[in-house]
Design a protein around this ligand. Structure first.
Ligand SMILES: [Mn+2]
Length: 447
């Protein structure tokens, strides 16, 4: 159990320090949690009437740090804590982050310092929410984006505040991704959390199941364009109550039988409706909102994600078309990964160098990993010529048994000359390609 009061006092200190800044540079991470936490900071600065600049980055490398070394005021969001090198920055620096701490010099609103686990108890967006006490929906979306559901600890506290403000309602429903936005068959085909044995990744089985349950994949709708068929693909949210019930109970039976009754319990759970967001958009559901933001970040448009979060004109439509493209890439990546992952003894290895872009390798590893839970997965992609981006994923069960991937990657990187770290359950690194064999030996030795 962490020290809530200590953490909140630190958040208040951070808010005060930011309030005293004149025109800060906001540096935030590019993923969903980085975009939402960055947006909370930017939106709050806007409300304070303060001029600011925002910049999103994938990592704080030496080159980037050199480029900001002259900045008088910097706010790091969803990164910074894990980078000891920021200690040498001379300006006024405030860090809002939930990664394991290596940096010590600056004021940090970081839950680790107060006995909380930034991997499961709160994300950067939640930290930013507790700093500014505003934009609570974005706090929840960030937590969902960082895969921290079921929400507990500081996340649960934030949620209860959101519910009492009337910002969010929580409903028990199926937890598979894309309830509102994926056509039914894809909804099943790409199901990863939980993984549906015999269904996930198997096109024919998905169609057969829907047919067996008498659930039509298409429905009559408004004619699309001139002479359109007037049919549209149905999403889970388009189903009738009895269709939903039939589908959920048949999936639950299947998972209980082929995986375990515990896994079947993970099929249904809390979903988060964002009641103040525009109706009929992906922004109404925390998990779909997070998908949209991840698509922005991973397609080099994190600033578009910030505009979506702050509901700037035109941003939503543009983000939606990016998402369509992103899904196409993801499907290709998962297809490759499912055929090319090897058992490397103590871990699973996916070598996707030159095939899966480094921007989505972590997501692909996470989705693929859902099928096999006994060992962590290590996925490789090419970040630049001669440079490998590594992504590792574990499970809560492995973490409870003592796994700390963030620590392991930091140690391995120290041995082979790379940069890496993260959380106990998920971590990443960047290493020189010629050091790969050394890295794999170091990694295996620490599992
Ligand atoms: Mn984060």
């Amino acid at each position: 159990m962490g020290n809530e009061q200590g953490f909140f006092a630190r958040c208040a200190e951070a808010r005060e320090a930011i309030g005293a800044m004149r025109a800060p540079l906001v540096v935030h991470h590019y993923d969903c949690d980085g975009i939402t936490s960055g947006s909370i900071v930017c939106g709050s600065l806007e409300k304070m009437g303060k001029p600011f600049r925002a910049q999103s980055v994938r990592k704080l490398d030496a080159e980037f740090l050199a480029s900001i070394s002259q900045e008088p005021e910097i706010i790091f969001v969803d990164l910074g804590s894990g980078t000891a090198e920021i200690d040498s920055l001379q300006g006024n620096v405030v860090v809002i982050d939930h990664h394991q701490q290596k940096s010590k010099a600056h004021l940090q609103a970081n839950p680790h310092e107060f006995g909380f686990d930034g991997g499961t108890d709160i994300s950067a967006a939640g930290c930013a929410y507790f700093v500014f006490k505003d934009f609570v929906e974005l706090g929840i979306v960030g937590a969902i984006g960082d895969v921290q559901a079921p929400l507990r600890s500081l996340n649960a506290l934030m949620l209860s505040q959101a519910v009492s403000q009337g910002a969010i309602s929580v409903e028990k429903d199926i937890l598979l991704f894309g309830r509102n936005s994926r056509p039914l068959k894809q909804f099943l085909l790409y199901a990863d959390e939980p993984y549906l044995p015999g269904i996930t990744g198997q096109d024919d089985a998905c169609s057969a199941l829907l047919q067996e349950l008498g659930i039509e994949q298409k429905q009559k709708g408004a004619a699309q364009g001139n002479g359109g068929s007037g049919e549209k693909w149905r999403a889970y949210s388009d189903l009738t109550f009895s269709e939903r019930r039939a589908l959920v109970s048949s999936l639950a039976k299947l998972v209980a039988m082929r995986s375990s009754p515990e896994t079947a319990k993970r099929l249904v759970g809390d979903t988060y409706n964002l009641l103040r967001m525009p109706q009929g958009t992906l922004l109404r559901d925390a998990s779909e909102f997070s998908t949209l933001l991840n698509a922005c970040g991973r397609n080099d448009r994190p600033e578009l994600g910030v505009s979506v979060c702050l509901q700037r004109a035109g941003a939503y439509d543009e983000a939606q078309s990016l998402l369509a493209e992103h899904r196409k890439n993801l499907r290709a990546g998962i297809d490759f990964a499912s055929k090319n992952t090897q058992d490397a003894g103590k871990f699973l290895l996916l070598d996707a160098r030159g095939v899966i872009p480094d921007s989505i390798i972590g997501v692909v590893a996470g989705m693929l990993f859902a099928g096999s839970r006994k060992k962590p997965i290590l996925a490789l992609s090419l970040e630049a010529p001669g440079k490998i981006k590594l992504s590792t994923r574990g499970t809560r069960g492995l973490v409870e048994a003592g796994l700390n991937l963030g620590k392991i990657l930091s140690e391995c990187c120290a041995q082979v000359g790379g940069v890496g770290g993260g959380h106990n359950i998920a971590a990443g690194a960047s290493i020189p390609e010629e050091k790969l064999d050394d890295f794999l030996k170091e990694f295996s030795a620490r599992l």
